[in-house]
Design a protein around this ligand. Structure first.
Ligand code: PLP
Length: 366
């Protein structure tokens, strides 16, 4: 029996080569391990199109640790962050900003509505206290794509600084630092770059990082210190996630061999098209209009049948080898299906067939 295919936005299905890379133990002082870390960071900055302007600071932990670190380091203690919220990850960014004691202002739109760049400009004009803006590139709670480039223009024009949570899009959706101005972009090992979970990273403008000295609210999340220590010694401050870094290096090799960002996006677009065509043929309906939907994770209305229950649906599809993701909306019953991971349209087609069988078995006409 094949392991279940994870149709979730990370952890996700990784390749055999990526898993195999975890079969060695590495010492944290080891020169070969330090070279691996340096090479991973170099590639991440290059993927961002930021080699001339930004550096990569890796951080132990899940993606949220890196978001909290970026905000706690870059937003000064007397600064203020305007967070653009249209889902759970935007809410989380606002909440963690509040928890670490920075001033926060929220511009919230509905789950199916991207923030308006005109409204962002108006809020920046109305509140000179706002120093930074935080935006989620692909809001994973629905899969909506936010207009990051337009927002970056508005923020730059207003003389403020931008922090992008690109967690679920980095490496697949284009976002080039030579075209889109930002101080920091945050992502992690276990999303579109198809590594295993355990490290986040911040692509941060070098001068902004230099200016951030003394801002950090936390010792463990101090990016300036992590960066300086790594520059000096080649090592991570505190125990590195060695196996995660080794797997990430292998995943990046495969990313480059596949053809980098355009090829990754093309595969995900094929997964997305196969998924939408298949589930729509079964009668299921998408939550978002196609023009707002990123090819990363798709939110579906649950079958309208009165007997529908996500847990039963999940278990029955899981028994056929595919792991679905629950919905994250409060007002409508939905479920989500990821398009990312080391899978292609063949696995997606099998997943669609499994969903069709389960709907028929339960008599959940849609
Ligand atoms: C996955 C994700 C995160 C980080 O979540 P963790 O569970 O901490 O890894 C943050 N923002 C977005 C948009 C994400 O998709």
């Amino acid at each position: 029996m094949r392991e279940p295919i994870l149709l979730t936005p990370g952890p996700l299905t990784t390749s055999l080569a990526t898993k195999t890379a975890m079969l060695s133990d590495w010492g944290s002082w080891d020169g070969a391990f330090n070279a691996l870390t340096a090479d991973v960071c170099r590639q991440l900055v290059e993927i961002a199109g930021a080699s001339d302007t930004h550096v990569c600071v890796p951080l132990q932990g899940s993606g949220t640790f890196a978001v909290e670190a970026a905000i706690g380091n870059l937003v000064p203690r007397d600064g203020k962050l305007l967070v653009l919220v249209n889902g759970a990850y935007g809410k989380r960014m606002a909440r963690l900003t509040e928890v670490i004691g920075r001033q926060v202002s929220v511009y919230e739109t509905r789950d199916d509505t991207p923030p308006s760049p005109v409204e962002v400009a108006a809020r920046l004009a109305a509140d000179p206290g706002i120093t930074h803006v935080g935006v989620i590139q692909c809001e994973t709670s629905t899969g909506i794509l936010n207009p990051v480039a337009e927002i970056a223009d508005v923020v730059a024009t207003a003389g403020r600084r931008l922090i992008i949570d690109a967690m679920s899009a980095f490496g697949a959706l284009p976002l080039d630092a030579r075209e889109v101005q930002y101080d920091a972009l945050i992502a992690s090992s276990n999303k579109c770059l198809e590594g295993v979970p355990g490290m986040g990273f911040v692509i941060v403008r070098h001068d902004a990082l230099q200016a951030a000295e003394g801002n950090s609210h936390s010792l463990a999340l101090d990016l300036v210190d992590q960066y300086r220590y790594m520059q000096k010694s080649g090592q991570w401050r505190f125990t590195p996630p060695t196996h995660v870094v080794a797997a990430f290096a292998a995943a990046l090799d495969q990313y480059q061999a596949e053809g980098g960002q355009p090829a990754r996006l093309a595969r995900y677009l094929a997964n997305y098209a196969t998924l939408c065509e298949g589930l729509e043929q079964l009668g299921l309906r998408r939550f978002l209009p196609a023009e707002l939907q990123a090819p990363i994770i798709v939110t579906w209305h649950a079958p309208a049948h009165s007997g529908y229950d996500f847990k039963r649906f999940y278990e029955a599809v899981r028994a056929r080898g595919f792991v679905l993701y629950p919905g994250k909306l409060t007002e409508v019953e939905t479920f989500r299906v990821g398009c990312i991971g080391a899978i292609d349209h063949a696995e997606i087609r099998q997943a669609v067939a499994a969903v069709g069988e389960v709907l028929a078995e339960f008599g959940w006409d849609v």
